[in-house]
Structures are given as C-alpha cells and as structure tokens.
Design a protein around this ligand. Structure first.
Ligand code: KG4
Ligand code: ZN
Length: 338
C-alpha cells in the first residue's frame, strides 16, 4: 500500500438515539450523516424500545446517503467501523449486526470502536485546525458520561476523574424536564441561557475529593428550589426560565472547570480538549477560552457536528485501528457499559 492510496472506512454509530453513518478517506471526512430521532422529545428522555425500532428504520437509508455523498461505491470500502459500546443494548445491536452483515457480504474486515474513545478521537479528524499534542487532557462530557481523560496516544488513554452519579448532560436534561422543557434539554437550556443572568440564582456545588464529579446534589437542589418557588408563584418557571437556565448552566460549567483546572495543575499538562455532546455548549466553550488565558492553556474544541453523537468520530478511530491491523472477530457482541 502506498502512502497516497485511499483507505475508505465506513463508520456506523447507533449507541443512543442518533443513527449515523460516515465515510472517510484516511483521516478526511467525505460524508457524515446523522438521522436524529424526534420521537423521544415527547417523553423527556430516550425510550430504548422506540430507539431500537427507529435505528432499524434509519440505518440503511443513512448508510446509503453517506456513500452517495462520499461519491464512492460500497465495493471500494476497506473496512467497516462501528460502535460496540457503551450505550443502549437494543440500539447498539442494530449497528453491530448491520456492520457484520454488510462487511461479510463485501468480504472486508470489521473494527469495533468504543464510543467514548471516539468522542476524544474526533479531535484527529483532519479539518484544517491543529490536533492536540500528546499527552493532553480531555474533558469528555456527554449524556451518559463525565470524565477527565489523560490521553497519552491514539490508543492509550487513562481516566483520571469521573462522575460518581449523574453525567453533566444528564443534569442538563433532568433540569430541563423539571422546567417542562423538551428533550434533549442541553441545547434548549444553552439557548435560553444566552439571554439570562447566570448570577441570579445560586445552586449547591458538590464537595467531592480528587478529580471526581457529582451532579446529583445539584439536580436535587434545582428540583427543591423550583418546587418551593412554584408554591409562591405558579408562573415562576415561565417568568424566570432564562435566568434559571443561565444559573444552572453557570453552575455546571464551574463544577466541570474546577476539576479540569485541578487536573491540569496536578499533571502539569496544558494541552486541554473538550469532547462529547455537552462540549457543544456555548457557555462552556466561552468559559474554556477565558480560562485558557488565565491558565496558559492551549485549548481544542471540536466542530459542532463532531461534538454530539456522530459516525465521523467512529470512522476516524476505525482508520487508526486499520493502520494497526486491529480488526474484530465476527462473533463479538455489543456491551452496554464498560
Ligand atoms: O455525546 P452525546 O450526543 O450523546 C451521548 O453520548 O450521551 O451527548 C448528548 C448530551 C445530552 O445530554 C444533551 O443534552 C447534551 O449532550 N447537549 C448539550 C448541548 N448539546 C447537547 N448540553 C449542553 N449544551 C448544549 N448545547
Ligand atoms: Zn456520545
């Protein structure tokens, strides 16, 4: 194989409620298609059974449209990468089974990818902006996870802090539900917060040791506060939704950044990245840039389309694993948690 020979990888992501397919040539994205499942909006969260069914309906059209946009035929694919876990088992099964069957028909290898590894590796998609240098710290914040990861190499990562209860994204979503806002709550709160006063309401911050996080106390404090205020004024939420959103968001960002700063001080690492759905938050992005000046950090923020769940991040991990001949056996099963 020559250095310039194409390596086309199809990536499949189906761990939660987004069905996504991507095609890359080496580390360049040719297509990144995401089909969101609107059905969960009415339920205040993802309904696993509905998610599996929607994946089953979406997967073939999404893959087809990714190949079409990439302008290649399926016979040109070198391998298929897919999310093996963590995530919802029924959702993962759709992507894993599809990847196996498609690859078997094409006589090409399959490559399993860990979803959280992929969120971090989104930084290595070649989109013209520089990638972080090893070792770097990555704050990985999504609907299911909140972690500080020390990334030593493409395939060598160490979790140095994590949440002991809820994830940051889950906290956005649960608070939104309390406020009667649709799912997913993160982007809605982000938008409302932009015209709100983040210092108006004070919510409790956890006192957790080392680099770990806790968000369940904050969620409870928001719940009780709103419940008490509603007794005095039934329109409290409607009247104050901007300030409530901004105050909640400010608190979550402070909690996240306090530990990230501690991690940077402890390790001496100043290459700092963020990843995962919550890294799309405009307040977090702005605050990180401010802290970067204070802390003398070099920061890396993924493009919006690579922050929330997407298959481009799956195919980029697939590419690096392909270079190492790191293929998976056809008898593997998905895992819901690690
Ligand atoms: O990474 P992701 O798409 O899926 C998981 O792996 O969980 O993350 C989804 C989470 C949801 O909790 C969603 O509310 C949150 O990311 N999120 C945001 C924003 N966009 C998505 N949270 C805050 N602000 C946003 N702009
Ligand atoms: Zn994710």
């Amino acid at each position: 194989m020559h250095l310039n020979d194409p390596i086309y990888i199809l990536g499949i992501e189906s761990s939660c409620d987004d069905t996504s397919a991507s095609v890359i040539n080496r580390n360049k994205i040719l297509a990144n298609k995401v089909s969101n499942q609107k059905i969960h909006e009415n339920y205040g969260g993802v309904v696993p059974e509905l998610a599996s069914r929607a994946h089953q309906q979406n997967i073939i059209p999404v893959v087809h449209s990714a190949l079409e946009e990439a302008g290649i035929s399926k016979d040109q694919l070198s391998a298929i990468a897919f999310t093996r876990g963590p995530g919802l088992l029924g959702s993962l099964l759709v992507g894993v089974s599809f990847a196996k069957a498609f690859a078997m028909g094409l006589h090409i290898p399959i490559i399993e990818v860990d979803h959280l590894h992929a969120h971090i590796m989104a930084h290595f998609i070649d989109n013209g902006s520089p990638a972080p240098e090893f070792p770097f710290l990555c704050l990985t914040v999504s609907g299911g996870h909140s972690q500080i990861v020390k990334v030593n190499d493409y395939n060598q990562m160490q979790i140095i802090g994590k949440t002991i209860d809820d994830a940051a994204g889950e906290t956005f979503d649960k608070a939104a539900k309390i406020m009667g806002l649709p799912y997913p709550g993160g982007p809605v709160i982000d938008k409302l917060a932009q015209s709100g006063d983040g210092n108006r309401f004070r919510f409790s911050k956890p006192k957790i040791k080392d680099l770990d996080y806790s968000f369940s106390g904050l969620k409870t404090s928001v719940l009780y506060f709103i419940r008490d205020e509603l007794k005095k004024d039934p329109n409290f939420i409607e009247k104050n939704k901007h300030d409530l959103s901004a105050s909640l968001q400010r608190t979550i960002i402070e909690i996240l950044l306090d530990k990230l700063k501690l991690a940077s001080r402890q390790t001496g690492i100043k290459e700092i990245a963020i990843a995962g759905g919550v890294s799309a938050n405009s307040g977090l992005r702005k605050t990180l840039e401010k802290e970067a000046v204070q802390m003398n950090w070099k920061t890396y923020i993924p493009e919006f389309q690579f922050s929330t769940d997407n298959a481009a991040m799956i195919s980029i991990v697939g590419y690096y694993k392909y270079l190492n001949n790191d293929f998976s056996s056809f008898d593997i099963a998905p895992y819901s948690r690690k």
